[in-house]
Ligand binder design. Structure first.
Ligand code: BMA
Length: 319
């Protein structure tokens, strides 16, 4: 067999599930305009998604859906699972775009999400054991900030948070540290937008960081603004396992982009926006869950081993 070029590998890495979109507003047990951008976690043997649900005011809340195989027969909570606190100015206009990690030390799941405050989007944290009751730890950093997720463990005694503040109108990915999940500092730039590339205008973390022996596998979304609008695509980076502030490799190419009808047409055209991933170690399968065109949920699958081979063949990061 002839060797595939890296570009050809990137193109073939993920397969979009033929039953996409897997969850649509029509499937919802109560009125919803859009169901999208889901966080994902394995709960016992089930796949749990925590979806962003947009109501007919244009405000969002978060609701759980569960499935045995991660593709079909979703059992959806009959009412919102986590809603904005009406008395809180930080959550005035709703909750958006969650990510989930399991904190081994706390034996709890950490859910980072965006609270839409009067002052702009704020990264907030809630912890839960069961996705029925949540302890809210509040906003972590000032607006404008989005696309955040904790790492599941400490580094040199401190928790680490990936997030995406807007600074001077620029949207790069940052890393911050905390001894207690409350006070954050040592903020540093992790991944920058790249002039002229598909990720030239804005980037942000996609799903939660995935721990592998080779390092932390990071999916991020990248935006290019065109005369016809913005295109949201997905690329990869690999961070050092014990020093995640070191970027080892970054993909030149995107590995997932809008091409199917349900990704190209919707409330926001040409958007694939992953916010959750599940690794099935037994089969080496990676399920990447994403919002399609800000309307529905879709899933793409890959062999984790192939994704790791590909990212390790990508250029070494230079900054
Ligand atoms: C981003 C976020 C996402 C959304 C995406 C595309 O800024 O607000 O929730 O899916 O834009 O519209």
């Amino acid at each position: 067999m002839t060797e595939l070029s890296r570009g050809q590998q990137a193109y073939r890495l993920f397969q979009k599930y033929e039953g996409n979109p897997i969850i649509r507003p029509e499937d919802w047990p109560y009125p919803a305009n859009a169901v999208f951008n889901p966080a994902a976690a394995k709960l016992n043997t089930e796949t749990l998604l925590l979806l962003r649900v947009e109501d007919m005011r244009g405000f969002s809340h978060l609701t759980v859906a569960r499935s045995a195989d991660g593709f079909t027969n979703w059992e959806i909570d009959p009412s919102p699972t986590l809603e904005a606190d009406q008395d809180s100015r930080e959550e005035k206009w709703g909750l958006e775009d969650p990510r989930i990690v399991w904190l081994e030390e706390q034996k709890q799941f950490a859910v980072t999400y965006v609270s839409f405050s009067e002052g702009g989007p704020v990264v907030s944290l809630a912890i839960t054991k069961n996705f029925r009751s949540f302890a809210r730890l509040g906003g972590l950093l000032p607006p404008e900030d989005k696309d955040a997720c904790l790492f599941p463990r400490r580094f040199n005694g401190r928790f680490a948070l990936i997030h995406r503040p807007i600074v001077r109108g620029e949207a790069h990915v940052w890393l911050s540290f905390s001894p207690d999940l409350k006070h954050w500092g040592d903020h540093q730039l992790l991944i920058r937008t790249r002039p002229a590339y598909w990720d030239c205008h804005r980037i942000g973390l996609a799903c939660q960081p995935i721990e592998t022996p080779e390092g932390w596998l990071i999916f991020y979304h990248g935006v290019r603004s065109t005369a016809a609008g913005q295109i949201y695509r997905v690329g990869l980076a690999l961070l050092d396992l014990n020093s995640p502030w070191k970027v080892l490799h970054r993909s030149d190419e995107w590995v997932l982009g809008p091409s199917a009808y349900y990704e190209r047409v919707g409330d926001v055209a040409d958007v694939v926006f992953p916010t959750g991933a599940i690794v099935h170690k037994e089969t080496d399968q990676l399920h990447l869950y994403y919002g399609a065109a800000d309307c529905t949920v879709a899933v793409a699958t890959a062999k984790l081993g192939n994704v790791l081979n590909y990212i390790q063949s990508c250029p070494r990061a230079t900054e």
